[in-house]
Design a protein around this ligand. Structure first.
Ligand SMILES: [Zn+2]
Ligand SMILES: [Zn+2]
Length: 129
């Protein structure tokens, strides 16, 4: 019985280089994708806004605001209209909520701040669902 081989001479080599081409293509795509991501880090979730709990340092009004990711504190108070609303923080140790004193010039929220009540460092911005 004659065995019929469907393989043409050199097919093995061709499919190997095709595989290499595919790998290179995937790598190029990955690099391009990474470059796009790196160029616009805010675009990871395709959103340019997020919800944040704010508190006005002028009138003590607490409210939830939709903030642009590019926007920086202070924000406009929904109650008195002054640009004195800052992100509200909370202590994960004792539950106290507070607005950290702004630092620097121009004033901006500190990156790390201890709880004013129990001085725990387990603090963070109040999450908004
Ligand atoms: Zn206010
Ligand atoms: Zn605390």
């Amino acid at each position: 019985m004659e065995t019929v081989s469907g393989r043409a001479p050199g097919e093995g080599r061709v499919s190997k280089s095709a595989k290499i081409m595919a790998v290179v293509g995937v790598l190029l795509l990955a690099v391009a994708f990474y470059a796009l991501r790196a160029g616009n880090v805010n675009d990871v979730t395709d959103r340019t806004d997020y919800k944040a709990k704010l508190k006005c340092r002028a009138c003590d009004h607490e409210f939830t605001a939709e903030l642009q990711t590019a926007a920086r504190a202070p924000f406009k108070c929904a109650n008195c209209g002054k640009m004195t609303a800052w992100q509200l923080w909370q202590c994960n140790q004792c539950g106290t909520t507070f607005v950290p004193d702004p630092v620097g010039d121009p004033p901006h929220p500190p990156i790390m701040v201890g709880c004013p009540k129990c001085s725990s460092s387990l603090t963070g911005m109040v999450p908004v669902k």
